[in-house]
Design a protein around this ligand. Structure first.
Ligand SMILES: Nc1ncnc2c1ncn2[C@@H]1O[C@H](COP(=O)(O)OP(=O)(O)OP(=O)(O)O)[C@@H](O)[C@H]1O
Ligand SMILES: [Mg+2]
Length: 258
């Protein structure tokens, strides 16, 4: 499946991407992770050593200029909207613990709807990665909704919105669901994160009418500790991995029913 993981800031998108990837690897699947958040920290969370060199794609200025047919650093009134990208995954993916990671980086020019060569390049690369790979693709997205209009989740089968048991993260999920429909993403599923009690899980179920919740990931000391000390999210202890396995089962059922 090709998934984009979204939600309000700090709800646990990156954590969930890392845990889901480990669950998939354990079951023998191949996983390509895409860090599509300008504030990129997926590499750290999946335990890639700090000294590993990772080039964010958007920093490949010359290559992007060449592929989109513009001169580096010059204004670009006209550029190719479908530049060649098929060699990029092999050249710029980093492998770690059986998963592959590609980091998109930050586009500094322009705001929402940015029509620039960098964005055209990233969009082409994303649709290529989503369509051309036969592995699980998991995109860790920027918080909020602004980026959705830029086509940052092109072609995914399904959007997962991570919510916490509070009103604001549910409001964000409502907006994401509306926008996802507008940009042609058919399936939007919720994962409840940082729940602590049965009441909190019930709160989420009750206040997310019209959404489909595929599981819960409780607040966990193991996850909290790992976020401080670093280290692999392969098994944060407690019930976390069991809960992620259950979410994966639900996802697989959704994928099979496609
Ligand atoms: N189930 C959990 N139990 C305990 N801590 C958690 C859990 N999920 C996430 N956290 C913690 O919450 C914080 C935010 O998580 P994370 O970085 O994954 O969120 P995010 O949605 O990716 O944030 P951003 O919007 O900044 O990208 C981290 O410190 C993380 O360790
Ligand atoms: Mg994040």
């Amino acid at each position: 499946m090709k998934l984009a993981v979204t939600g309000k800031g700090g709800v646990g998108k990156t954590t969930f991407c890392a845990l889901l990837s480990h669950a998939l690897i354990k079951k023998g699947h191949k996983v390509l992770l895409i860090d599509a958040d300008p504030d990129m920290n997926l590499a750290t969370v999946i335990g890639i050593p700090e000294e590993t060199k990772i080039t964010p794609i958007v920093e490949l200025k010359e290559l992007i200029a060449e592929r989109t047919g513009v001169e580096p650093g010059k204004p670009a009134p006209l550029f190719k909207m479908n530049p060649r990208v098929d060699d990029i995954p092999d050249r710029f993916c980093v492998s770690h613990n059986g998963m592959k990671l590609i980091v998109m980086g930050t586009i500094r020019s322009g705001g929402g709807g940015c029509a620039c060569p960098e964005n055209a390049f990233l969009k082409s690369l994303l649709s290529y990665l989503v369509v051309a790979t036969d592995e699980w693709v998991i995109l860790d997205m920027e918080a909020g909704i602004e980026h959705l209009g830029r086509g940052t989740a092109i072609g995914v089968d399904c959007m997962i919105v991570v919510v916490e048991p509070n009103r604001t993260s549910i409001e964000t999920a409502d907006r994401i669901k509306r926008l996802a429909g507008e940009i042609g993403i058919k399936r939007v599923l919720l994962v409840g994160n940082k729940t602590e009690t049965k009441e909190e899980r019930e709160y989420l179920s009750k206040h997310t009418e019209g959404h489909e919740i595929i599981g819960f990931l409780d607040i966990s000391d193991g996850i909290r500790n790992l976020s401080r000390t670093g280290g692999s999210f392969e098994d944060p202890g407690g019930r976390s991995m069991q809960q992620v396995d259950l979410i994966l089962e639900q996802l697989t059922a959704v994928g099979a029913a496609k």
